[in-house]
Design a binder for this molecule. Structure first.
Ligand code: ADP
Ligand code: MG
Length: 241
């Protein structure tokens, strides 16, 4: 059982305050959705949790099982159990996914013995072509293939808490369903906790949200159950702005 606790988090980018006191607690097995208009600070929240450079935390805390994440470099946060599925996955020429996963597993003190089989199993599970797995990481992949690639890494690494920044962007309907179902399965099979940033109720139909938080101007203005996403789909953000 793990807990990611974000408390009164304030952060600036380029001297401008983007996060204005964010509070969210995600436990193992739970799915929390963060929805909000463009520019609300959703990607900034993901970046600050993972420690992307260029963001300054001015107040508040981010802890995983009581351990201060903000004090650690990004790779140590990942080893501790945080995992970010990026909105725009980076292309890394010359580096292959099995090499990335072998390094990541070694850093976690875990065996790489049956990694090839594991990758094959996971690729098949999300309908990912084995041929693509053998290509350089994300290079010349379609948007949907990149997100399947990200989902495969998540499945193999088995983090405690995953942050998904618009997993749905660039995905067709089948790919979206495959990726969302795999993450949902991880919440029960591996007790994964999820913080999912999305604009679309469609994603939440497969990846069942326990809580929906609405972020506007760097602050959570409303928290509710999955029905809140339906209200948003119908009425837009006007009522929450
Ligand atoms: P969202 O993901 O909710 O659409 P972002 O977190 O990407 O929003 O951005 C929130 C605000 O922060 C936007 O106004 C954006 O222009 C600004 N911002 C984000 N990153 C930077 C940066 N590196 N430099 C300056 N402003 C930034
Ligand atoms: Mg964003």
């Amino acid at each position: 059982m793990s807990t990611l606790e974000i408390k009164n988090l304030r952060a600036t980018v380029g001297g401008k305050e983007i996060l204005n006191g964010v509070n969210i607690t995600v436990n193992s097995g739970e799915v929390h959705a963060v929805m909000g208009p463009n520019g609300a600070g959703k990607s900034t929240l993901a970046a600050v949790i993972m420690g992307k450079s260029g963001y300054e935390v001015t107040e508040g805390t981010v802890t995983l099982d009581g351990v201060d994440m903000l004090a650690l470099p990004t790779w140590e946060r990942a080893v501790a159990g945080l995992h970010l599925v990026m909105q725009y996955p980076t292309e890394v020429p010359g580096v292959h996914i099995d090499e990335v996963l072998a390094e990541a597993l070694s850093a976690r003190g875990r065996s790489t013995k049956d990694l090839t089989a594991r990758i094959a199993t996971e690729a098949q599970r999300i309908g990912f072509d084995a041929d693509i797995v053998s290509r350089a990481l994300n290079v010349d992949l379609s948007g949907g293939e990149k997100k399947r690639n990200e989902t495969l890494q998540l499945a193999v690494l088995e983090p405690r808490i995953a942050i998904l920044d618009e997993l749905d962007s660039g995905l067709d309907i089948d790919a979206l369903r495959a990726c969302a179902m795999r993450v949902e399965a991880a919440t029960t099979e591996q007790n994964l906790g999820v913080l999912v940033i999305t604009h679309y109720v469609r994603l939440l139909e497969e990846l069942k949200a326990d809580k929906v938080h609405i972020l506007v101007n760097g602050r959570i203005v409303t928290t509710g159950g999955p029905e809140l996403a339906d209200t948003l789909e119908r009425d837009g953000y006007a009522a929450f702005a």
